[in-house]
Design a protein. Structure first.
Length: 155
């Protein structure tokens, strides 16, 4: 169940980040924020998505937009992921999955007949005042990063 709604202010949250600090959503007021939730560091789809955000990071920056990745992985895993793929943005660690649940991305999934809980790949665009203006759920990686960028340009 998602506690975030389009056209409503997103409840502030704080998580440990790869810069060694606790980072809050409210730290980014005055900028647009793209939060992308992904299942796991170092997996093929998550690596491709993160590297595409990396490759377009300059474009996002020019549009006054910060990119933040969130997964249940710990900071050690996130830091390895950043180092291996030269990611220029923060990754936040949601090991207790509270923020994943706040955004409604912690879901029952199925693979090879086995059911398990995991992160449903999803992206959220929050405006300069902290309001959710767009969401992409059950994201397919191909073309997604450019789609988000196009949406920001149209705002």
């Amino acid at each position: 169940m998602s506690n975030v709604q389009l056209e409503e202010k997103v409840q502030d949250f704080t998580l440990p980040a790869t810069n060694g600090k606790e980072v809050s959503l409210s730290d980014f007021l005055g900028k647009k924020v793209v939060i992308y939730f992904y299942p796991k560091d170092m997996t093929p789809g998550c690596t491709k998505e993160s590297c595409e955000f990396r490759d377009f990071n300059g474009e996002y920056s020019r549009l006054n937009t910060e990119i933040i990745g969130i997964s249940p992985d710990d900071l050690e895993s996130h830091n390895q992921f950043i180092a291996e793929h030269e990611l220029p943005f923060l990754l936040l660690s949601d090991v207790d999955r509270k923020i994943c649940e706040q955004f409604g991305v912690w879901k029952l999934k199925e693979k090879n007949g086995n059911q398990f809980y995991g992160v449903e790949r999803s992206t959220f665009l929050i405006d300069e005042q902290g309001t959710l203006v767009k969401e992409w759920r059950t994201v397919q990686v191909d073309g997604h990063v450019e789609d988000v960028l196009t949406t920001i340009r149209q705002l």
